[in-house]
Design a protein around this ligand. Structure first.
Ligand code: G4P
Ligand code: NA
Ligand code: NA
Length: 190
């Protein structure tokens, strides 16, 4: 998505060769107009799929999923993060390891909001090593729901998440795929 790539180039701040901060439009301040365009693009990319629910994870995923939901006309369910272990029978849980934060946390979704009738599209802002997405896929599968795909705003193509998910046969569509970060410059795939 050219509009997004342009914003990443103009406003992204790189940290070393692995991290890109995009706080001015995605992760702190939100450019709602851009999000509306991204929501339309996700709808177009997953047009062939019957989607009944968008699934994401707090915090940053909520905004993009909510605006995309206007296009899909379905509810958003966001997994909650928790360090505590109140392993209620009424929730699905999965463990997620964060490479950036070097901690493992539990993600949880109430059984009330996902069922075997659901066709789920997972949306998130970043795809790095894919642990968050894998946790959400695990939760959807515990519910017996069908995972129709994963939609990502910014995929870091030099990290393993995209490959991992695509190797499992999951349809992954990213609005921008970063190929490389070098000397403060970002280059994209394609
Ligand atoms: P993974 O899920 O793909 O394995 O990624 P990882 O644990 O490494 O990522 C941890 C957090 O950092 C995630 O947000 C992820 O979205 C974000 N992240 C990963 N790489 C980048 C990057 O290059 N730039 C930015 N801006 N964020 C990145 P989170 O901890 O779940 O936080 P939030 O959703 O509450 O913001
Ligand atoms: Na996120
Ligand atoms: Na994030």
């Amino acid at each position: 998505m050219d509009l997004l790539k342009q914003r990443i180039i103009e406003e992204g701040r790189t940290i070393g060769e692995e991290i890109i901060k995009v706080d001015s439009f995605l992760n702190h301040q939100i450019d709602v107009g851009l999000f509306v365009e991204m929501g339309k693009e996700f709808r177009r990319l997953f047009d062939s799929k019957k989607i009944t629910k968008l699934l994401t994870i707090e915090a940053s995923g909520i905004a993009i999923a909510s605006i995309a939901a206007l296009e899909f006309g379905v509810p958003v369910v966001f997994a909650k993060k928790a360090q505590s272990r109140n392993l209620d029978k009424e929730i699905y849980t999965s463990k997620v390891y964060s490479f950036t934060k070097q901690i493992t946390y539990d993600v949880m979704v109430s059984k009330k909001y996902l069922s075997s009738d659901d066709h789920v599209l997972i949306l998130d802002d970043f795809l790095a090593n894919g642990k968050a997405a894998l946790g959400l896929i695990d939760i959807a599968r515990q519910a017996g729901a069908t995972v129709e795909g994963v939609g990502i705003v910014i995929e870091k193509g030099f990290q393993s998440g995209g490959k991992l998910l695509r190797e499992q046969g999951i349809k992954v569509e990213s609005l921008a795929i970063i190929d490389r970060i070098k000397d403060g410059k970002v280059t994209f795939l394609n």
